[in-house]
Design a protein around this ligand. Sequence first.
Ligand code: NAI
Ligand code: MG
Length: 397
Amino acid sequence: MAKRTIVALPGDGIGKAVLDEAIRVLDAAGFEADYVEGDIGWEFWKKEGNPLPDRTIKLLEKHKIALFGAITSKPKDAAFEELSPELKKKNLVYASPIVGLRQHFNLDICMRPCRTYTGNPLNFIRRGVGDAIEEPIVDVVIFRQNTEGLYGGVEWSNPPVQVYDALMTHPKFVKNFGKTPKEEISISTRIFTKKATERILRAAFEHAKNYGYESVTVCEKPNVIRETSGMMYKMAQQMQKADYPNIALHNTNIDAQMMWLTKNPEDYGVLVAGNMFGDIASDGFAGLIGGLGFACSAQFNDNGIGVFEPTHGSAPKYADYPVSIVNPIAMIESACMMLDYIDEKPMATKIRKAVAEVIAEGKVRTYDMMKMRGKADVVEHGAASTTQMADAIIAKL
Ligand code: NAI
Ligand code: MG
């Protein structure tokens, strides 16, 4: 088979450490690829005034598939301070390169699986009947609409007159906000389009069908947010009836979902939501399976472009330790999602099996799995380093 080219985007902080280990694991599993490194992140903001240089966008346009570590983002003022002196005059404003990638390529589908590994000491446990301690098996895949909704960026403080006037045509706006001066109003919109809603729902149902999940749960709030959540749920009902009669459709409210999360997480399969509620639900479920060291994700569009990345950030305080201590499993799992996406499923399965064996054995554990504080000396106290964890996984391959 022709060798693939994968764009490697290490980014900042621990991004590079976890990405290097994931690539080592891919190599060991027999995945043949050339990796071309793309520039992204804080370093390029400081040097070039752009954390997502055009050459990186071009690389992804050409090769379509990227493995991404993590980036550092800082607030506006700090971003300006750290710009190189000659760039400070240029009126540049920092924008997250992750959001930039998402918008440029319309990566509208975000997928975040949360699965229990047997033997992971970070697994959620709960009290059952009497004194029983139960460890429910979580196997949930969250589909989050990634480009619209509350994170769509359409917002104002002291909105323009046209916006204000348009809002004043709504009786509820007049009643609840009509007496507040325009200057004292901030507005963030929550826009859902039929096209994007259809795509995220379709992706969720297709995944349920292809991977044998019994149900799809729409996790929104249609009883209160009637237009947007309401539209999503209604479209889900129509889609289920027309195309997926064998998959059960459930409807939960995001607030109640966060409560049920710890009560009966084993009852959920595929979950689908808009941008913000999908973000919340996926962090919630990730907490049940070990948190940031285990939370992986994929983002893709309708044109074959996919970016695969752990949910965690660049963890700057750990970045300069002489030996990297962070857990590479979230990145390795993200690489497995890439393999699934490019039809290398057997290889993904092989790697996941190796990860499962290492976790079940319990001999090699990173500091988070040993419930230690993330200090530079954890390896001396028995925790595995990032590299040692990858070595253990490779040994199982
Ligand atoms: P973070 O995810 O970088 O780290 C939070 C804490 O989680 C760490 O201090 C560490 O204790 C733990 N942690 C993270 N990854 C881990 C791993 N692989 N293994 C074990 N423990 C791990 O989030 P934080 O500290 O809020 O943000 C740091 C920087 O990362 C910020 O500049 C932020 O903007 C950026 N960020 C980037 C993201 C991305 O690139 N996708 C996502 C979240 C934050
Ligand atoms: Mg989040």
